[in-house]
Design a protein around this ligand. Structure first.
Ligand SMILES: Cc1ncc(COP(=O)(O)O)c(C=O)c1O
Length: 344
């Protein structure tokens, strides 16, 4: 039986056409800024976001780490959502490597309010509290099921941050999903924040790579920290060439993934014992509560596996499906039919 793999958009495989772009791309030593293909990708990314500059990094995790290293000093506090990837899934790099402390606030579908930020900011000139330095926004929010921040929501939180002279970083690993779902140009998001990291290796279908965008001062410092943490790469044009292809060809097709996620969510919600919060199905992620089937999420994942459906457990009662390039509408229909049969 052919496996239908919805574990993550990180499992997306590059197309032949994408890989072929590598062969004709000029390469050089990127630590010396001599890789023309990397330079071209960085210029394209900066221009797409209306930012002064951009920087290629190997992963989203390193993009976030480098951003924190630029924005924060040891002992600083970072305000972020309680399920944020930077807190939940990045092995504590925030504290272990940056020396910063997380100040968690609980959002609604990944989004928190300016009032919550205001309340979380520490008093200045105190002998007791760590200084608040950075506010972090995750867009789309992974653990919230790919939910989006609107430009208005970002702007309201940014205003409070600016009033308190705090920096704002956006973990935009899936920012193009947010941009398409909310109809917001990524330039509009960039205008509200100091830095954004976004991934080439998720919905955009590249094998490797993420980019940071920000002003020249931020990128100059990010380049130094990238080297410090081992992210200075040499002929990185082999990573950048697929990135250029992706920015040209893979962004608008994300709508197809969103449509497939909605189709999947509706089909799942119609099955006995499965619940889906339809308001959370905004992009390419569907989180389903399977407790009504009488199975734990691990048992449900196992049942799916036996039926050629690959997904991840997301909590004791929840599982996560992610639609992506390589998964067609027919695959979703086939998945729903297999699941329906196996739950009977
Ligand atoms: C929201 C978010 N930020 C950052 C990352 C990290 O990206 P990477 O796996 O490239 O380190 C991920 C990965 O899934 C993510 O979902």
């Amino acid at each position: 039986m052919r496996a239908i793999d919805l574990r993550s958009d990180t499992f997306t495989l590059p197309s032949r056409e994408m890989l072929e772009t590598i062969l004709d791309s000029p390469l050089g030593d990127d630590v010396e800024k001599e890789d023309e293909t990397v330079n071209k990708l960085q210029e394209m990314a900066a221009s797409k976001f209306g930012a002064e500059e951009a920087l290629l990094v190997p992963s989203g995790t390193q993009g976030n780490l480098v951003s924190m290293l630029v924005h924060c000093r040891r002992g600083d506090e970072i305000i972020l959502e309680s399920d944020a990837h930077m807190y939940y899934y990045e092995i504590g790099g925030m504290s272990a490597l940056v020396g910063a402390i997380p100040r968690l606030i609980q959002g609604t579908r990944g989004v928190f309010t300016p009032e919550q930020v205001e309340e979380a900011i520490r008093p200045y000139d105190s002998l007791h509290y760590p200084p608040t330095r950075l506010v972090e926004i995750e867009n789309t929010h992974n653990r919230a099921g790919g939910c989006c921040w609107s430009a208005k929501q970002v702007s309201a939180v940014s205003k409070v941050a600016k009033d308190h002279k705090l920096k704002v970083h956006m973990d935009g690993a899936r920012i193009f999903n947010a941009s398409i779902a909310t109809g917001t140009d990524v330039k509009q998001y960039k205008r509200q924040v100091d830095s954004i990291s976004f991934c080439l290796s998720k919905g955009l279908g590249c094998p490797i790579g993420s980019l940071l965008v920000g002003n020249k001062e931020f990128i100059d410092q990010a380049r130094i920290y990238r080297k410090m943490v081992g992210g200075g790469m040499r002929q990185a044009g082999i990573i950048a060439a697929p990135g250029i292809y992706a920015l040209k060809n893979m962004v608008s097709r994300l709508q197809e993934d969103h449509d497939n996620a909605k189709l999947l969510a509706k089909g799942l919600a119609a099955m006995d014992g499965i619940k889906v919060d339809m308001k959370s199905v905004q992009t390419n992620i569907v989180i389903a509560d399977v407790s009504g089937t009488g199975k734990s999420s691990d048992e449900f994942v196992e049942l799916c596996k036996k039926n050629g459906i690959l997904i991840f457990s997301f909590g004791p009662q929840t599982v996560r499906f992610v639609t992506r390039y390589g998964i067609a509408k027919a695959d979703i229909e086939e998945l729903l039919a297999r699941l329906e049969r196996s739950l009977r």
